[in-house]
Design a protein around this ligand. Structure first.
Ligand code: SAM
Length: 158
């Protein structure tokens, strides 16, 4: 009886870990809906997509994971919908610092207003809370499901 319970708990742990891994990779890859990006592009005319991949880049000039956008210099007007895992704080700091160095950076991020990076950096930019939930687009082109979190557009200017 006890052995069965231990086996069941181990199985549950593996399943939860697999799901967590899947969610992380999915949240890394979800693309910005075209209409939301086009509206912002009409306003800002982006020169660079700071984090993208071959299938989801929004500007022809983009950095992918191999180039590592975090390690590059961002100039001009930059679009940044970053990976949403723990590393998001590094992207927000990079955006803030790039604006200090002369770039304009527009970010699409979850509205996690209680985080340290929100208070340290985001609140120094312009914040536009989005009404409703963004329907991010998956690699197979499905953009039908609303995100389970609220989002905001954050603008850092020089
Ligand atoms: C949320 S998606 C946004 C994609 C696209 N820019 C958009 O707005 O639809 C984040 C992208 O960042 C890419 N990425 C992850 N780490 C990166 C890195 N270190 N440098 C550049 N891109 C990275 C992922 O592969 C993914 O395509």
């Amino acid at each position: 009886m006890l052995l069965s319970l231990i086996r069941w708990l181990k199985c549950l742990r593996v399943t939860l870990m697999l799901n967590a891994g899947l969610m992380t990779s999915l949240t890394d890859q979800w693309a910005t809906p075209k209409d939301l990006f086009d509206e912002l592009d009409a306003e800002f005319s982006f020169d660079l997509d700071a984090c993208a991949s071959e299938w989801n880049y929004k500007v022809a000039n983009y950095f992918d994971e191999a180039a590592d956008g975090l390690a590059q210099v961002w100039t001009g007007t930059v679009w940044c919908n970053p990976p949403y895992g723990r590393v998001i704080k590094d992207w927000v700091r990079k955006a803030y610092e790039s604006a200090k160095a002369g770039a304009t950076v527009v970010m699409l991020i979850p509205a996690r207003t209680d985080t340290a990076y929100w208070h340290d950096y985001v609140m120094k930019g312009e914040v536009r809370f989005l009404r409703g939930r963004v329907k991010f687009v998956s690699a197979d082109g499905d953009g039908s499901k609303p995100a389970p979190f609220p989002s905001a557009i954050v603008i850092f200017k020089p």
